[in-house]
Design a binder for this molecule. Sequence first.
Ligand code: ATP
Ligand code: MG
Length: 424
Amino acid sequence: MTISIQNIRGFSDVLPDESPAWQFVEQTFRHELERYGFDEIRLPIVEKTALFSRSIGEVTDIVEKEMYTFTDRNGDSLTLRPEGTAGCVRAALQRGLLHNAQPRLWYAGPMFRHERPQKGRYRQFHQVGAEAFGVPGPDVDAELILLSGRILRALGLRDVTLEINNLGTSETRARYRDDLIKHFQAHAEHLDDDARRRLHSNPLRILDSKNPAMAEVIASAPDLLDYMDAEAQAHFTAVRAMLEATGQAYRVNSRLVRGLDYYGSTVFEWVSEHLGAQGTVLAGGRYDALVEMMGGRATPAIGFAAGIERLVSLVEAAGSVPDKTTTQAYLIMTEPTLAQNALAIAESLRTQMPTLRVQVNMGGGSMKSQLRRADRSGAAFALILGPSEAAAGEINIKDLRGETEQYTVAIDRLPAVLSSFDSR
Ligand code: ATP
Ligand code: MG
């Protein structure tokens, strides 16, 4: 059989055997974010195109060539969100959340970028993001980094390392930019097409290039940290001191710049060695200018976003995903006419045992085929209902995994019996 319509390239299905890892990652983020005082915000997946082109920056990979932009039936230019910060800031401003408040918000969901699909890089991918508004730092910078470290530890990931940098103020970046352009112009023969194109519009982004042919010209470029003014220096020193005071190891990477224009001051990334070129699992930074740029009152802010697909593949490799509770009981009936008794028994069990996973055999079948389905469901035991048991208010229990012989119990004793199975 050929299926006539397939998925779109770069848009994946998460199959049932993969969902425990997804749930583990998502629940861990939710749990830890809530513990640090973050509240969930749910945002639209589609926004006006201008929201992204203005906030992310016109001369970025995302805005130049990665956005899923379309004109809707009203003639408006709309875009599938490529990241979450712009929409979060839009909502916070529009709904007055920043008014006399310092909200801490988190969100999760799909993002869309038209990139070249490969391991760890998809066109629909998922992020959990967190944004903290109204605090100039450095305390909140350090806390956000510590929070992200805690989440990665809770996920059982040990081989991830923290890199930090400080992009300084827009004035220092402007001076640095000029010198960078001079440096790259002097070595123009080593630049690739992307770098040449960006030389004047976004030279800092060249530092972020993953092209090995440019490693040398990047390594010999001037160092951003040499340009830092006293205020940025003090901020960076304070963040570092707070990390050190809490025992959080880090590496200063002065080549660490973020792909989006709105970042300044503190930036950080958590990187795994196990993912090849797609090694960054969580990245964030300060964006003090964005809220004002989008029409609000000047409001300092910092946030991060984590890539769920990359984390899922790491937790799977690390074996840290908790076992899923499989079906515990599978209810079989010897006659199709017993279906209503079976449903009633299962309903009553679910009411009495809130964590029990019980499946009722549907669609009939011989005893043999029902038992085969029971086995495949992963159930620990089968409950077998025949007409005489139904009449007597009883049911048979067959141990599918252990040695115990099949036996009969009163239906109202089932919860007690099943609990004892549970704890063996
Ligand atoms: P990269 O350098 O890997 O392209 P980025 O700087 O574009 O990342 P951000 O916009 O900061 O990434 O997004 C935060 C995180 O989201 C990344 O660190 C990564 O884990 C994940 N991510 C980004 N783009 C993709 C993608 N196309 N597919 C899967 N995950 C992604
Ligand atoms: Mg990218």
